[in-house]
Design a protein. Structure first.
Length: 197
């Protein structure tokens, strides 16, 4: 068991194997009819990674940086942050891609993107998620590359880039709250759902 848990790849693979065993143990089987559900599950899984990393940056890393001694900061800037940003970017992209696939496969993509009832809640959540993903790829990541020294720039540009990346990340944190609410509200008959759609 230790050999599985000491490798991230084997750990993730073990999670998938365990899932398959649970599905079979519960009498489930795999068929093409389950494809919409599989994409929804992948959408949720990638979304958890994306928003989890967004909240990690905003609740843990950014507030902790001033408390870290200068000689230890390169460990964050050269090792931890670039790795976290890699998974952050790709989780954002995969969340959006699987979300669009879910909307297409279930036949509500057009109504959602055009904010038609009864798909206004999910549609607005999708638009917010697209803005957030745009921010990740085209504002946060380019500015983080400069701020972390992945791309060489003058010190004043580096400082400005760090601030732009931080403020955009904070904006995405703001947007994540209504986005998550709207995504969940669409699938539940709540009084909130009635109000928003």
């Amino acid at each position: 068991m230790t050999s599985i848990l000491t490798s991230l790849g084997r750990t993730v693979l073990a999670g998938f194997v365990l899932l398959i065993l649970i599905i079979f143990a519960l009498g489930g089987n795999f068929s093409s009819a389950e494809l919409p559900f599989i994409f929804r599950w992948l959408h949720v899984m990638f979304g958890v990674m994306w928003i989890g990393l967004l909240w990690y940056f905003n609740f843990v890393q950014i507030p902790s940086m001033p408390k870290i001694p200068d000689e230890q900061k390169p460990a964050i800037g050269k090792v931890i942050a670039p790795t976290a940003l890699f998974w952050f970017r790709w989780a954002a992209l995969l969340t959006v891609v699987t979300g669009v696939i879910v909307a297409i496969v279930n036949g509500y993509a057009h109504q959602a993107f055009t904010l038609q009832a009864p798909f206004r809640a999910i549609g607005l959540g999708m638009w917010i998620a697209l803005v957030m993903a745009f921010n990740v790829w085209f504002i946060i990541w380019p500015n983080q590359k400069r701020a972390l020294g992945i791309v060489s720039v003058e010190p004043d540009v580096k400082a400005k880039s760090a601030r732009v990346a931080m403020l955009t990340s904070r904006l995405n944190t703001v947007l994540s709250v209504p986005m998550l609410f709207l995504m969940v509200a669409q699938s539940h008959n709540t009084t909130w759902f009635v109000i928003v759609s």
